[in-house]
Design a protein around this ligand. Structure first.
Ligand SMILES: Nc1ncnc2c1ncn2[C@@H]1O[C@H](COP(=O)(O)OP(=O)(O)OP(=O)(O)O)[C@@H](O)[C@H]1O
Ligand SMILES: [Mg+2]
Length: 239
């Protein structure tokens, strides 16, 4: 298995104050890894740091053997084949679906058919402006942009945010499919723990910036009381 992403003893945060502490995390090619935890745990901070948009205080983030620079070099990291679908989805509202897809790649020609293959509904929306799409359609476009970018490492932040269950339950397996079909490694931040662990191979749980648990998806699900406890920020509910 190829180690795509390797995080060692990472302290990252804002203005020199760590909000994520001593994090060790890996993502391999073809693997879906869930990054879980309650609000404010440091999930988004971890993703933005991997993308080169954060301030690394200490420790290291290595992507395919290359160290992520300590200070904000997102454009460089993107060229390594890292695609980040942010919480706000990152689509351009003034541009059409087609234009949004065409802009998704840093170099080379975009294969728009590939996005339609994953999301047939996008096919008839090509000329619609991003801002006029429904929330579910916007998220399909955001993932479609990620697919045509052909990432080696894909990170998706809170895909299900603001969407109806019937919609995100359909979107979640697409992430699995991307990993299986393209051998990309996927790091998935998600509030819906069960749904995320259904598609993930492994998971990490952050609590107040500390790594509370990690393991295979089935291990985490089997340790359900511990998993729930880390959401409450306590070690265990037993004592
Ligand atoms: N730009 C910022 N400047 C200073 N502190 C920040 C900034 N962004 C986030 N934080 C703080 O860092 C901590 C972790 O926030 P982060 O957004 O990474 O959490 P999260 O796990 O993504 O939460 P959520 O589930 O709400 O999205 C929080 O205490 C938050 O207040
Ligand atoms: Mg967040």
């Amino acid at each position: 298995m190829t180690n795509l992403l390797e995080i060692e003893k990472l302290h990252t945060g804002y203005d020199g104050v760590a909000v994520v502490r001593d994090l060790d995390l890996t993502v391999n090619a073809g693997e879906v890894v869930a990054l879980l935890g309650p609000n404010g745990a440091g999930k988004t901070t971890t993703l933005t740091t991997i993308s080169g948009m954060g301030d690394i205080i200490s420790g290291s983030v290595t992507i395919m053997g290359r160290p992520v620079p300590r200070l904000r070099h997102a454009h460089r990291v993107a060229r390594w084949g890292v695609t980040h679908v942010p919480e706000n989805r990152g689509i351009l509202f003034q541009l059409t679906v087609r234009e949004n897809l065409e802009m998704a790649k840093t170099k080379g020609k975009v294969d728009i058919d590939r996005a339609v293959e994953y999301f047939p509904a996008l096919g008839s929306l090509m000329h619609r402006r991003g801002g006029l799409l429904s929330g579910g359609e916007q998220q399909m476009l955001a993932l479609g942009r990620a697919i045509v970018a052909e990432p080696k490492l894909l990170m998706v932040d809170e895909m299900s945010l603001g969407l109806a269950p019937v919609i995100y339950e359909e979107l979640m397996p697409v992430v699995r499919r991307i990993a299986d079909e393209t051998n990309a490694g996927v790091l998935l931040v998600e509030q819906h723990v069960d749904l995320a662990l259904e598609v993930a191979d492994r998971g990490y749980v952050l609590s107040h910036g500390d790594l509370a648990m990690h393991g295979t998806a089935s291990e985490l699900l089997a340790d359900r009381h511990l998993l729930d406890a880390s959401y409450l920020g306590v070690e265990s509910l037993d004592d």
